[in-house]
Design a binder for this molecule. Structure first.
Ligand code: SAH
Length: 243
């Protein structure tokens, strides 16, 4: 049986704690007791861990041996802000698929009221990635940046291969772009990728130009127009198959 995995809220070198809702859930619903063994992620590392104390507000573990853990998919997703319910769903799925980092972008065609509300939403998005990371048994939690302009977002990208998902592109695929890029990086270097997905109204011509100036390549996901969250998921699934 696979053990339940928890992502610690706080930790030291030898202990880790769950607090808040997580502690309450463990204490009241799962009736956790000292001596029980779980897998706990602390400081980005996965450990076998033993409960040493339980209360409704804090469950403390002693960390035992470190366990082998899978790394995140080296993909940085730039996701234009779009309708929050769809966006949240996309963020959750992107986390399950392994995305390493998500940057919410205030695009030109992001609806105004969404742009204005985005800064307050980010805490919720961070909670979603945390829960999705735990549920999907990741050993890390993807970073969710503060919502930002496209210009700022583009400057923060360090991935070698930068792919703009564009419904206007007809030929270049993610597979072709990754293959071309892999011929340029040295054999040993693992390829890191940034993927950008536009809002419901798509990117403007000016935004497309800005991407080009920053060395992004346009790629297609096929002849159909996908919703933004579908495009993000499809793009990540393709990267996960190829990287
Ligand atoms: N402007 C479009 C809608 C944009 S869809 C329209 O005609 O209404 C939202 C985003 O999903 C796009 O900005 C793009 O990043 C991505 N996308 C949708 N379909 C795609 C496709 N076939 N290939 C690549 N990206 C796509």
């Amino acid at each position: 049986m696979t053990r339940r995995r928890w992502i610690a809220d706080t930790f030291t070198d030898t202990t880790a704690s769950l607090t808040g809702d997580q502690a309450a859930h463990l204490a009241r619903v799962l009736r956790a007791e000292p001596g029980q063994i779980f897998d706990v992620v602390a400081n980005g590392f996965l450990h076998r861990a033993e409960i040493t104390s339980v209360s409704d507000s804090e469950v403390v573990f002693t960390l035992h041996e470190e366990l082998e853990a899978d790394a995140a998919l080296p993909v940085h997703l730039l996701l234009a802000v779009f309708k929050f319910d769809h966006m949240e769903w996309g963020i959750e799925k992107a986390t399950e698929l392994g995305a390493e980092r998500i940057t919410p972008v205030l695009a030109r065609r992001t609806e105004k009221h969404l742009s204005q509300a985005a800064a307050k939403r980010v805490e919720r998005w961070r909670r979603i990635v945390r829960e999705a990371a735990q549920q999907s048994r990741r050993s890390d939690v993807p970073t969710v940046d503060d919502p930002q302009t496209l210009k700022a977002a583009l400057q923060s990208v360090s991935a070698e291969t930068k792919l703009l998902l564009a419904e206007t592109e007809q030929e270049n695929t993610i597979a072709a772009a990754l293959q071309q890029a892999s011929q340029q990086v040295s054999e040993s270097a693992s390829q890191s990728v940034a993927l950008a997905v536009g809002p419901e109204g798509g990117w403007t011509a000016e935004e497309m130009q800005l991407f080009t100036e920053h060395g992004w390549k346009h790629v297609t996901l096929g002849p159909r127009i996908l919703r933004a969250e579908t495009a993000a998921i499809a793009g990540l699934a393709i990267c996960s198959a190829l990287l």
